[in-house]
Design a protein around this ligand. Structure first.
Ligand SMILES: C[S@@+](CC[C@H](N)C(=O)[O-])C[C@H]1O[C@@H](n2cnc3c(N)ncnc32)[C@H](O)[C@@H]1O
Length: 414
């Protein structure tokens, strides 16, 4: 079959027997032989058997792990086709919401080797211990010593981490290993498995010493608070010059370059506004840079993130922090009336309830940031139906070679 286009999850789309076929690792124009698999949505999944004739956009993947590793989905496209696909994802999502006339600006790109946080997997089965990323559509783990996406500080740790996992993981264990590069050092967060015993704790502390890791923690699952195993230095994230001491697992934008682009777009969007609400504020990525020229009310649902932001804002009279669930208890029209700009940056599910309240508010400027173009477009539709004009949307590609894309959109009241 011939691949016509690439779908939202990064798989090539072909046709067979009048139905859609989803074929990972294929490019538009590829003539391919595939093995048909199970039903998927409105069509069938398939695996690539052979590329009989490559399409014009097919390129050699730069990473030797591509195809096996589940981290990247789109290294087999040439750079122009890759950038155009990311742009199209945003335009298509807006089009589906009836916002096809909104200008989509050129994609802001971020470089390889810039990802400053990543979650790896480690597993031990009958003597064999593997550390790396999950394979494509699988729970199997594959080593990725040549990963082109993660920052050098993370790449340098992959070999030592593999050795460490071999030393501490008991048979049958499967854990996640979060690595984040913060100011003050690397933050290592192990999630899952049994609570580390004395021997494992000693090895983890020795590892922290030998690799100069800033902090090591363990938690049973993401629902549990992380317990410190080794805390060698205070770790902070710095936003707009303000140091925020953060807990293990705190949300950070994926790369410093991505964060800089998003902050720049958000600041340009709110313009001269003096009273700003930063909704879904996390630990303050936008709050503190915005506070350089305005008073900011930062609302966040997660108690740890809220507490970290609030502690960092202690000495700033123009930053207020509120903990609140914005899905069930969005800011009302009355509350929104205090602000001349609102920034919202929800998780993938979007901000449906808050967008409905914004739609009937009088806030002059709203800036939406999202890592999901589909829920962004849905929420944007609500604002436009409420009388806002969506001036334009800028895609920021901080999830290099993945199907994901971040967007920033600026809305003004007529
Ligand atoms: C994409 S992150 C953005 C964080 C921050 N704006 C940043 O750039 O670092 C989304 C944030 O929304 C928070 N969140 C998720 N669900 C929420 C809810 N129902 N109410 C309030 N905040 C929520 C998360 O804890 C997370 O901090």
């Amino acid at each position: 079959m011939t691949i016509r286009e690439i779908g939202a999850r990064g798989d090539g789309l072909g046709e067979h027997g009048g139905g859609r076929v989803y074929v990972p690792l294929t490019a538009p124009g590829d003539h391919v032989r595939v093995a048909l698999g199970e039903r998927r949505g409105d069509g069938r999944a398939a695996t690539l058997v052979d590329v009989l004739e490559p399409g014009p956009a097919r390129a050699a993947a730069p990473c030797r792990h591509f195809g096996v590793c589940g981290g990247c989905a789109l290294q087999h496209l040439d750079d122009a086709a890759y950038g155009a696909w990311k742009h199209d994802q945003v335009a298509t999502a807006l089009g589906r919401a009836g916002l096809g006339d909104v200008p989509v600006r050129p994609v802001v790109r971020t470089p390889p080797a810039s990802r400053r946080r990543a979650t790896f997997a480690a597993s031990r089965r009958g003597g064999a211990c593997v550390f790396g990323f999950n394979e494509r559509q699988s729970h199997r783990v594959t080593p990725v010593p040549g990963c082109l996406v993660v920052a050098p500080a993370i790449l340098a740790l992959l070999g030592p981490l593999e050795t460490l996992m071999k030393a501490i993981l008991p048979d049958g264990a499967e854990i996640d290993v979060g690595v984040a590069v913060l100011e003050g050092g690397v933050d290592l967060l192990l999630t899952g498995g049994a609570e580390p015993g004395l021997d494992a704790r000693e090895r983890l502390a020795d590892f922290a010493e030998a690799q100069d890791i800033g902090r090591v923690s363990w938690r049973r699952s993401p629902a549990f608070a992380a317990e410190p195993v080794a805390a060698r230095r205070p770790l902070v994230a710095r936003f707009g010059g303000v140091a925020v001491p953060v807990r293990p697992g705190a949300f950070l934008q994926a790369s410093a370059e991505g964060e800089e682009a998003l902050v720049g777009l958000v600041k340009a969007g709110v313009g001269p506004a003096k009273r700003i609400a930063d909704l879904f504020a996390g630990v303050g990525t936008f709050t503190f840079p915005l506070a350089a020229g305005a008073s900011v009310h930062a609302v966040e649902g997660d108690s740890d993130a809220h507490a970290d932001l609030k502690a960092a804002a202690r000495t700033l009279s123009n930053v207020a922090a509120e903990r609140r669930d914005l899905f069930t208890d969005p800011l009302t029209e009355g509350e929104l009336g205090r602000f001349d700009a609102v920034v919202f940056d929800p998780p993938r599910a979007g901000a449906r309830a808050q967008a409905a309240r914004l739609a009937v508010s009088r806030v002059p400027t709203v800036v939406g940031v999202s890592c999901d173009p589909a829920t962004f477009a849905r929420d944007a539709r609500a604002l436009v139906d409420g009388g806002y004009r969506l001036e334009g949307v800028t895609p920021v590609d901080q999830f290099l070679w993945s199907p994901h894309i971040e967007v920033v959109g600026v809305f003004r009241r007529h």
